[in-house]
Design a protein around this ligand. Structure first.
Ligand SMILES: Cc1cc2nc3c(=O)[nH]c(=O)nc-3n(C[C@H](O)[C@H](O)[C@H](O)COP(=O)(O)O)c2cc1C
Ligand code: SF4
Length: 426
């Protein structure tokens, strides 16, 4: 598949509005503005575009949920928080193809009847914020952002808001709280953001890659987009590949691609030709799977069949030197730190899990600790205010499921039994 989202990202000067216009930029917006907003939504629905932020919810349907008639303003929020471990695709799009994101935001705003889009960007991405703000000015100077875009009567502004750098701020309702100047803690739902969102007004929240996928649907047609991938998994897709591979990076492919093709073909195979031990296919919130799933399709539906999820399409590849207890402890350290603390099972449970994992990993655990881990994790999953709780327990439950013997060996031998030559033991 020829790259759609990343075709020019390696070329010098690819970020400018002139370069974007030379490759047909803002044509999707021009087309959209010649259509009725409802027709734009129908076109996105027909393409089958599913959100690239993790859950894979159909974008057109999400836009349709925003009420047509609203006495208050409506908003579109672009989720550019990108804090999931292993995930580093959205910042490439923003840094190297910012006008594609603006075009997607403007089309989304037109479709739902909003006059403003907020790009909520992760706190650490200050260099990307500078690119976005400079290019917003350049687009405004050309009349693509602001009043009466393309003489259509459509007015729309785009604002960049930098968060303080919290994983939980990427959860959509926590993002809205943060945008309103409050702590990034989730809201109770219903009501959902489509009806009561930013400042209590109807709001659509979409991931960066999702919005960047929209212009090509308008320019090339929904059928073209759908045909790029398997049924219900259409369009181009960015994969972040990290861990023990020769060439980690962001790769664009159709969702026909398999995990094997991504790891061996794109990323050059496992580092040093070592045996593959496990894969996290969709960012740290998705369950670990084994090499026997290498031929699974790396699509939303393919990875569910394989026992995991596409999530943010962040493949973390692990060779045989990786200790699975260490992996779980490392990730729980992250989740414990990032829990927003609003609900007890997550706040207390992530701390508890971290302590038990630390005991086992450092040779001080008991066999009972392994069952306790499972018990505590099971009492967090599905019992929290937001999906963070499920994300936090995925590494614990899936490593126990597939590598229980490794946990038991830690307890029996009082030490790690992996060939962990690269790890610093403390
Ligand atoms: C803890 C947590 C963190 C999240 N972080 C992000 C993020 O950084 N970027 C993102 O697009 N979605 C993130 N999501 C998913 C969003 O809540 C939401 O589903 C997504 O932005 C919707 O956009 P989409 O429909 O385009 O995928 C996160 C969800 C959770 C529970
Ligand atoms: S699950 Fe965790 S992150 Fe989500 S609301 Fe509860 S405490 Fe906060």
């Amino acid at each position: 598949m020829d790259p759609v989202l990343t075709s020019h990202v390696r070329e010098a000067g690819s970020t400018t509005v002139d370069a974007f216009l030379r490759r047909g930029g803002y044509e999707g917006l021009r087309k959209a503005l010649g259509m009725a907003p409802a027709h734009v939504i129908d076109t996105v629905k027909a393409s089958g575009l599913r959100g690239r932020g993790g859950a894979g919810f159909p974008t057109g349907l999400k836009w349709q949920f925003v009420p047509k008639d609203s006495p208050t303003p409506k908003y579109l929020c672009c989720n550019a928080d990108e804090s999931e471990p292993g995930t580093f695709k959205d910042h490439v799009l923003m840094e190297r193809n910012p006008h594609l994101l603006f075009e997607g935001c403007l089309i989304g705003c037109y479709a739902i009847g909003a006059k403003a889009a907020y790009i909520y960007i992760r706190g650490e991405f200050y260099h990307v914020q500078r690119v976005l703000e400079a290019e917003i000015e350049a687009a405004r100077a050309r009349g693509y952002i602001g009043k009466n875009i393309f003489g259509s009567g459509f007015d729309c502004e785009i604002y960049v808001h930098r968060g303080a750098g919290a994983y939980e701020a990427g959860e959509e309702s926590a993002l809205l709280e943060s945008l309103e100047g409050k702590r990034a803690q989730p809201r109770l739902r219903p009501p959902f953001p489509a009806v009561v969102g930013l400042y209590g007004c109807p709001t659509a929240i979409n991931n960066v890659e999702t919005l960047c996928s929209v212009p090509s649907i308008l320019t090339n047609g929904p059928e073209w987009f759908a045909a790029l991938g398997p049924e219900k998994n259409g369009g181009p897709k960015l994969y972040c590949i990290s861990g023990h591979v020769e060439k980690p990076g962001v790769y664009e492919a159709s969702m026909h691609v398999t995990l094997r093709e991504l790891i061996d073909g794109c990323a050059g195979g496992v580092r040093g030709g070592r045996p593959l031990k496990a894969i996290i296919p969709g960012g740290s919130s998705t369950p670990v799977i084994l090499p026997d799933q290498l031929d699974a399709q790396a699509s939303f539906d393919g990875l569910v069949k394989a026992g995991s999820m596409l999530g943010s399409a962040a493949l973390i590849v692990m060779d045989d030197t990786t200790c699975m207890v260490w992996l779980a402890e490392n990730l729980l350290h992250f989740y414990r730190h990032e829990s927003c603390g609003k609900c007890t099972p997550c706040r207390e449970g992530t701390d508890w899990l971290t302590k038990i994992l630390h005991r086992i990993e450092h040779g001080e655990g008991s066999m009972r600790d392994i069952d306790l881990l499972q018990d505590v994790a099971t009492n967090i999953g599905g019992k929290t205010l937001c999906p963070f709780g499920d994300a936090a327990v995925a590494p614990v439950l899936s490593t126990i499921q597939h590598f229980r013997s490794e946990y038991e060996a830690h307890v029996r031998e009082g030490r790690c039994t992996c060939p962990s030559d690269w790890r610093v033991m403390d």
